[in-house]
Write a protein that binds this ligand. Sequence first.
Ligand code: C2O
Ligand code: CU
Ligand code: CU
Length: 565
Amino acid sequence: MKKLIIVLLTSLTINSFGQHALFIPDTLSGTSFNLRVHRDSIQFAAGKITQTLAINNQPILGLTLFLKKGDSVSLNVINEIGDTTTMHWHGLHVAPKNDGGPKTMIMDGMNWNPQFVVRNNAATYWYHPHFMQKTASQAIKGDAGLIIVRDDAEAALTLPRRYGIDDFPLVVQSVELDTQNQFMPRGMVDSIVLVNGTTTPTVSIPAQVVRMRLLNGSGERSFNFGFTANKSFYVIGNDGGLLNAPVSTTRIRLSPGERAELLINLTGMMGQNIHLMSYASEIPMGVQGGPTMPMPPGSPLMNSPLNGIDFNILAISVGAQTSAAITTIPTTLVSDVPYAASSAIATRFINMTADSMMVMDGPFYFNHNLFNMNRVDYKIPLNNTEIWTLYDSTMVAHPFHLHDTHFYILDRNGVAPPATEQGRKDVLLIQPNETVRFIAKFEDFADTSTPYMYHCHILMHEDDGMMGQFIVGTTFEGVKEQHLTNSRILVYPNPTNGTLHIHLSETNTALTTLYKVYDASGHEILNELMNGSELELNTTNWLKGVYSLLVINNEYIKSLNFVVK
Ligand code: C2O
Ligand code: CU
Ligand code: CU
């Protein structure tokens, strides 16, 4: 009953804005791009003016930039917003000085002109400001746009690629407006869904195979995308490139910062109406967008009416087929081979932490450290292949984002990720109590004076300090590198039927270590995070059999088996 009432209220709120034709951002292509960022405004409802940050006179969201792999490009960002800003090319593999991180400030009235060779594979990337503590307030006002990279491998495939005709950019954001109709960058009662800056959007799409490039550009909300009537679609690409083959599915969940490219076959459906939805009733609690968690008294409001319910994102009416329509789905795409786990020569461990287990709105930290512009968290030797292990010890899920390079997810709680997550990624959502490992290689750009960032892409978490920085260098004298090790863990007696001792030798006792034990069928039976170098387990009541132990900390990751007899 309660759910029904919420649904009605939501649709009333949204319908008061009326239905609008989906806005398709203009495009810029070539090798030289001028982006003038300035103040503007938009009326989501007649007479109600919302201030925005705009690019090149388009009232909200930046123009879509088309880049070609291999081109040398020059991007000139002109800041006319009345405040300092930066511009970050999210997902592009560029040198740190071209990356537009918090240190690469563009003062009001000034411009910034990064120049680089496009090295990325064909995929959908985006750009947005990254200024210290102001990413949310600037990006949420509309200062963000898509980057579509093309390359020869993609061009050789029979895929829809006519922008706005059979290839649709869809920047999805949920926002909250205050009583004066102004954006609330930290608002978590976000009840308005924008697609390309359009409220309650509707679009006509031809009756053929069409491509959709989805970006979750929200500050905090995850969407669980799907179509009405459970119509299946194909995921063909994610953050950093095309997948090796289309993956048929009915859902794709994207957390803030993540992208996916879809194909949907509407052949023969002319005259029908379908909706792109978020099936948020299927999102687990703990992920923002799932059911609202019970909050301790005095907490900020987080009870958005969109939490935990299924809602419309985009109304689609299927129109006439175009000429030269594509009507089939390719069976294969590219061949991209992930780095082998055995090629990793270093590991890092990042624990998502908070001041207490009860914290749901932050601040959140990495390994108990707040972001510090003057602290370099990791010094990474150029060309290192590394395995990073993430663990979330907080109550909420975090979309973890890595600059510089893409990564491949190795496993989630020891299990290989679903096919849609098996390509090149730059954001991954980690849930409470989950362990995720990825592998990445830090190639091409060494510069010890400008760091790259890694951070949570929930913008208020990032602004509050859930961010770290790393530099990539050719030599790091005097810096201890973190190597995989085989010899530092003692587990005894093995086999055991009483107390099992796990002892880490040579370990800094202040180090936080995560211990996990899985039984022979892969069920997690222990998940302990503790400081110190010694853990004792009483195995007296355990079933006889082989168990595997996983030990992870900032110095190493190790798994080994033991037997309970
Ligand atoms: Cu999309 Cu560091 O950012
Ligand atoms: Cu980024
Ligand atoms: Cu976070």
